[in-house]
Design a protein around this ligand. Structure first.
Ligand code: FRU
Length: 326
C-alpha cells in the first residue's frame, strides 16, 4: 500500500543466526517490501534472555509503534512483554511464547500438536514397540515444553513405545552432539531419536554414525526447512527419517502487524499448519518449494525492471522540464 503511515516496527529476535530464523527474516523482508514507508528496527539477542530484555527496553525508549517478539525463554521475558502491552503498544508474539496472555496476537504453529503428531508418527513407524531418546530444546523456551508434552501424549496409546532417555540440546547441534556423546550408553537398544528440531536431529545422526551404531536407528526432527542444509534436503538424502514442518510465520507476523496498526480486524491466535515430511512426500515438497522460489525470483526480476523504468521515466521528465523552461 502506498499510503501507509510511516510506522516503526520493532522486531526482537531471540537468536538470529540459524537457518530457520534467517528464513523467517527473509519472509519478513519480502512482506515489508509491500510497505515501503515502514521502518523495521531489528535486534538479535543471540540466545540471551537478559540481552533480549535490554533490547526491548531500548526499543520502547526509542519508540516503536508495534513490537514483534520471539521470546528466548517464556518466564524471563514475560514482565517486559506485559509492560509493553500495558503501555498500549501492540505486541505480536511469534513462535515462542511468554507465560502470560497479555499480548495482542500470536503467530505460529501449535507446538503441542506438533509434538503429538511426532509421537503418533513414531508409534506407527516403530509398529507399536521401541525405545526412544528425546533431545529437547532449551529448557524454559515454550516450544521445548510444548513439544515434550505433546510427544508424550502422542505415544501414550502405544504401550510398548517408551522414551528411555531425555537430554537438553538447547536447540543447538553442537550441544545436542555433546550431550548425546556424554550419555552414549543411552543409545544402546534404541530404535529412534526424536529431536525437537532438525539441527539437533542432524547432530544425533552424526553421533550415531561416528559411534558406528546400528544404522536402523531412526532419527526424527522438526522444522523441515527448504533450501540448502534444510530439513527437506536431509529427509531427501536419508540423514533424517522424518521432520515435522514448522513454518516460520514471518510473513503472517507482518500481515498481522499491519492489520493491527491500521485498525483492521485480526485474530488473536493465528495458528499455522504443520505436517509430517518423510520419504513418502519429500519429493513433492521439494518440487513445490522449487516452484515457489522460482516464482519469487520472477517477482524480484519484475520489481527490478519496474525500478529501472521508474528511473528512466523520472529522467525523461527532467528532460521535459528543462525543455519547458527554455
Ligand atoms: C530456531 C529454532 C527452530 C525451532 C524453534 C523453536 O532458532 O531452534 O529450530 O523450531 O527455534 O523456537
Amino acid at each position: 500500500k502506498k499510503h501507509d503511515p510511516e510506522y516503526v516496527i520493532g522486531f526482537s529476535q531471540c537468536v538470529g543466526s540459524d537457518l530457520w530464523r534467517k528464513t523467517m527474516m527473509e519472509e519478513i523482508k519480502m512482506e515489508l517490501s509491500l510497505h515501503p514507508n515502514a521502518t523495521l528496527v531489528y535486534a538479535d539477542a543471540n540466545g540471551s534472555s537478559k540481552t533480549q530484555i535490554e533490547q526491548v527496553k531500548k526499543m520502547l525508549n526509542d519508540g516503536v509503534d508495534i513490537l514483534i517478539i520471539s521470546p528466548n525463554e517464556a518466564m524471563p521475558l514475560t514482565p517486559i512483554v506485559e509492560q509493553t502491552y500495558n503501555k498500549g503498544i501492540p505486541v505480536v508474539v511469534i513462535d515462542r511464547k511468554t507465560s502470560s496472555n497479555l499480548y495482542t496476537a500470536y503467530v505460529g504453529a501449535d507446538n503441542y500438536e506438533i509434538g503429538k503428531m511426532a509421537g503418533e508418527y513414531a508409534g506407527n513407524v516403530l509398529k507399536g514397540k521401541g525405545n526412544i531418546v528425546e533431545i529437547m530444546g532449551l529448557p524454559g523456551s515454550s516450544p521445548a515444553i510444548e513439544r515434550q508434552r505433546g510427544f508424550a501424549d502422542g505415544i501414550k496409546r502405544f504401550k510398548d513405545v517408551k522414551v528411555t532417555s531425555q537430554l537438553y540440546g538447547n536447540w543447538l547441534k553442537g550441544t545436542a552432539e555433546n550431550q548425546l556423546l556424554k550419555s552414549a550408553a543411552s543409545l544402546n537398544n534404541v530404535d529412534m531419536v526424536f529431536a525437537h528440531n532438525d539441527v539437533m536431529a542432524a547432530g544425533a545422526r552424526s553421533v550415531i554414525n561416528r559411534l558406528r551404531l546400528n544404522h536402523s536407528i531412526k532419527v526424527v526432527g522438526i522444522d523441515a526447512l527448504p533450501g540448502n542444509g534444510g530439513g527437506l534436503q536431509m529427509v531427501g538424502s536419508g540423514v533424517l527419517n522424518a521432520s515435522m514442518l514448522y513454518p516460520t510465520g514471518g510473513k503472517e507476523a507482518i500481515v498481522t502487524a499491519f492489520r493491527i496498526l491500521n485498525k483492521e480486524s485480526f485474530s488473536k491466535e493465528n495458528n499455522l499448519q504443520s505436517l509430517v515430511i518423510d520419504s513418502s512426500n519429500v519429493q513433492l515438497m521439494k518440487l513445490q518449494w522449487a516452484k515457489v522460489s522460482s516464482q519469487q525470483k520472477d517477482i524480484e526480476r519484475q520489481q527490478a525492471l519496474l525500478t529501472e523504468q521508474e528511473t528512466l521515466f523520472k529522467s525523461q521528465q527532467t528532460v521535459l522540464n528543462i525543455t519547458v523552461i527554455t
